[in-house]
Design a protein around this ligand. Structure first.
Ligand code: BTN
Length: 246
């Protein structure tokens, strides 16, 4: 992963560039990075603040031989890789995952991933997994008061290239295990170990329903299992709901 590397000083969005490269036939494992982005995009249609010099903006192009409905699990695989890479670099196990794929340090978000796919019928053309990591950021805009960086957490700077290489190393390892079964069955223990929501009370906000329960961990499909007060265990699919701490 990442052997074919495309780097920009400045671009609109590494996800957009990775998709353009995919359309031109770029190979599986191509990694696109940029020092800054003018149109960085986050999940739920939000913008992703992308100033120069301090963060990682990277998009990994994959051509996986899996069914389109399984591709969303790749976002969780990248979340695990980023959390493990940060923990290795910080010599600590501070980084965890807030389901489904936000990486957090001391309760604040340090990384997010936006996965996009081109597919038809049962066939995936390509998947682009775009990840932003706040590395040496010292100050965030006021509205991002839930964001943090490696620098703000530890007081020291980190080499972005080293962190990118570690993310690729862990992603390659976990992707191999994901490919074997086309689900997360070989990865649930590792994921749940990183999951900061595990054994915590969470509030589940569905479009037409809201309840609290105990988060138990994820299943093989990456759904969060939440035990309601009456003992019933719900399987929550990431696309439909938002989960908050209570
Ligand atoms: C989120 O909302 O948590 C996902 C954020 C994803 C941001 C990254 S930065 C690199 C890539 N390019 C983009 O435009 N978005 C992703």
């Amino acid at each position: 992963m990442g052997q074919n590397l495309v780097c920009f000083d400045d671009t609109d969005s590494t996800n957009i560039q990775a998709k353009l490269l995919a359309e031109k036939g770029a190979p599986h494992g191509t990694l696109v990075c940029s020092d800054q982005q003018t149109k960085g995009r986050g999940r739920r249609g939000r913008a992703w603040d992308s100033p120069p010099g301090e963060a990682i903006y990277m998009s990994l192009l994959l051509r996986p031989g899996i069914r389109p409905e399984h591709a969303s699990m790749l976002t969780l695989v990248m979340g695990m890789a980023v959390a493990d890479a940060i923990n290795e670099l910080m010599d600590d196990s501070l980084a965890g995952i807030k389901w489904p794929n936000d990486v957090v340090l001391k309760g604040k978000k340090v990384s997010g991933t936006l996965t996009e796919m081109s597919a038809e019928m049962d066939c995936i053309h390509y998947v682009v997994i775009g990840t932003g990591i706040n590395v040496n950021t010292q100050k965030f805009p006021e509205e991002l008061n839930q964001a943090t960086s490696l620098r703000l957490t530890t007081g020291r700077n980190f080499r972005r290239a080293e962190l990118i290489a570690l993310c690729m190393k862990y992603f390659e390892k976990y992707y191999g295990l994901f490919e074997e079964t086309e689900d997360l069955s070989l990865l649930t223990d590792e994921y749940n170990r990183l999951l900061v929501n595990q054994n915590q009370e969470v509030r589940v906000l569905e479009p037409e329903n809201e309840y609290t329960g105990l988060a138990l961990g994820i299943n093989n499909q990456g759904e969060l299992l939440v035990r309601r007060e009456d003992g019933h265990v719900e399987e929550i699919y990431a696309g439909e709901v938002s989960v908050r701490g209570v």
